[in-house]
Design a protein around this ligand. Structure first.
Ligand code: NAP
Length: 169
């Protein structure tokens, strides 16, 4: 089974990598959503309970993917499987299909945990300074080799680029 992580980040005034604010993503970047759909379609998406709650109800569960929601409590998430830890979520995925690609899609703690086992990180960098309350884990340049795409401007005006990190150590 393959484990990957995917997120989009801007930065705050202290240079931290913001991924969320008040239970949502504080930007509108359709190109990021399109890339997310393209990369994760057909796979398993694993997310924390608050990320599940952040999805607009009409996109919950995310279509054309198996959704697994991680919670320490006995919650049910209509249309999604639940698991009490990341490793339990990976067990759920493995049982469904040992060859599937699992995408850990947030939030903070699960991304950090996924980085210890993932082979690839797909990061959308947004050239925007914004306040946040949820942050991406730092990517250690000694462990990850970056392949950065060109900067582009969204139809919403946001400069962004897609960076693929491959594990080197
Ligand atoms: N920019 C992006 O790409 C991106 C991606 C995803 C999310 N977000 C944003 O990030 C924010 C949500 O992220 P978050 O970090 O606050 O929360 P989160 O990780 O989505 O959810 C936290 C909850 O998930 C459960 N959980 C997390 N790790 C667990 C573990 N190891 N074992 C068992 N349960 C675990 C717990 O649920 P219980 O409390 O039920 O036990 C915990 O309270 C939102 O603002 C969202 O919009 C942004």
């Amino acid at each position: 089974m393959t484990v990957r992580a995917i997120w989009a980040q801007a930065r705050d005034d202290e240079g931290r990598s913001v991924i969320g604010l008040d239970g949502t993503m504080p930007w509108n970047l359709p190109e990021d959503l399109a890339r997310f759909q393209q990369l994760t379609a057909g796979g398993v998406v694993i997310m924390g309970r608050r990320t599940w709650e952040s999805l607009p109800p009409r996109f919950r569960p995310l279509p054309r993917r198996t959704n697994v929601v991680v919670s320490r409590h006995e919650n049910t998430f209509p249309g999604a499987a639940s698991a009490s830890s990341l490793s339990a979520a990976l067990d759920v995925a493995e049982e469904l299909d040992p060859d599937v690609t699992c995408w850990v899609i947030g939030g903070s703690g699960l991304l950090a945990e996924a980085m210890t086992i993932a082979d690839v990180l797909q990061v959308t960098e947004i050239d925007l300074e914004v306040a946040g309350d949820t942050y991406a884990p730092p990517v250690d340049a000694r462990r990850w080799s970056a392949d950065a795409g060109e900067w582009a401007t969204s139809r919403t005006g946001l400069r962004h680029r897609f960076v693929t990190y491959h594990r080197v150590a």
